[in-house]
Design a binder for this molecule. Structure first.
Ligand SMILES: C[S@@+](CC[C@H](N)C(=O)[O-])C[C@H]1O[C@@H](n2cnc3c(N)ncnc32)[C@H](O)[C@@H]1O
Length: 255
């Protein structure tokens, strides 16, 4: 599938993050799944797969209140300056040096008690291979926590319409693909919905920020008028309001 460069759309993604309750709602799910995960452990090796600028994980770790003596953080992110910013941002949550990867190293010897990947797996080149790489790195008693949007998510309907206007299938993976990939490997997948909303003062410029975040480098080739009009359905007075949900997945290692 297609990879996506988040470096070139980072301000559009920041706008989405600031105007939506998606992160807050995903965090609620992770906090629930991680309640007492630290109990009785002497260390927690945490891999954040696709950490972006680290803001999401900073908010999550602030909610967890785990001892910095426990945490050992590894951040994987292809966009260099975001990876560096994330490492600086998250340094205070661990007594150990934050490790950073731009991609999986060849060796899979290093195991993790937690692998968290928040809205990332859409964009990997080969989902099956990535899920296998994650599966090989989960320690006994470990967990993988993922958030993804499914075809029922309103934002993915915009993908469908946008790529439809280009005459090509959506070039990214969805929650359905991720669930199937883990099940194919023999893992049980626990799935819950997490509702969120996207709300902002309606204007063409704000609508374009969301379209740039969603469609990235494809947007200049898409007839923009049709797409902008399609967003009319979410407008209420002066406000754009989309109510939708993500899927939260928990996968446990075999014990
Ligand atoms: C929607 S953002 C999510 C960022 C962060 N997890 C959050 O919740 O705010 C997707 C992130 O995945 C990263 N990404 C894209 N392809 C990736 C890959 N193959 N491996 C790891 N991360 C990737 C992007 O650079 C971007 O930072």
């Amino acid at each position: 599938m297609a990879e996506k460069d988040f470096g070139s759309i980072e301000t559009d993604y920041e706008f989405f993050m600031a105007q939506s309750t998606e992160a807050e709602s995903d965090i609620e799910q992770y906090v629930r799944h991680l309640s007492r995960f630290d109990a009785g452990r002497t260390s927690i090796r945490w891999l954040d797969f696709g950490c972006g600028n680290g803001e999401f994980t900073q908010r999550l770790l602030s909610r967890l209140h785990w001892s910095p003596a426990l945490l050992q953080l590894t951040l994987m992110e292809p966009v260099r300056h975001q990876r560096q910013l994330a490492a600086r941002r998250l340094a205070g949550f661990s007594r150990r040096k934050v490790e950073t990867w731009d991609q999986f190293p060849d060796s899979d010897e290093q195991k993790f008690d937690l692998i968290i990947s928040n809205h990332v797996l859409y964009y990997v080149d080969n989902l099956q291979e990535t899920v296998q790489q994650m599966a090989r790195r989960i320690a006994l008693g470990g967990k993988v926590l993922l958030a993804m949007a499914s075809w029922e998510n309103e934002l993915l309907k915009i993908w469908k319409a946008g790529f439809g206007l280009l005459g090509i299938p959506v070039p990214y993976y969805t929650a359905e693909d991720v669930e199937a990939a883990w099940r194919d490997l023999g893992f049980q997948v626990n799935k819950t919905h997490s509702d969120f909303e996207l709300r902002f003062p309606d204007s063409e410029e704000n609508r374009l920020k969301i379209l740039r975040f969603l469609l990235g480098e494809y947007l200049p080739r898409i007839p923009i008028g049709e797409l902008l009009n399609m967003l009319d359905r979410y407008v209420d007075g002066d406000e754009f309001l989309m109510e939708t949900f993500s899927e939260s997945f928990v996968i446990q290692s075999e014990e």
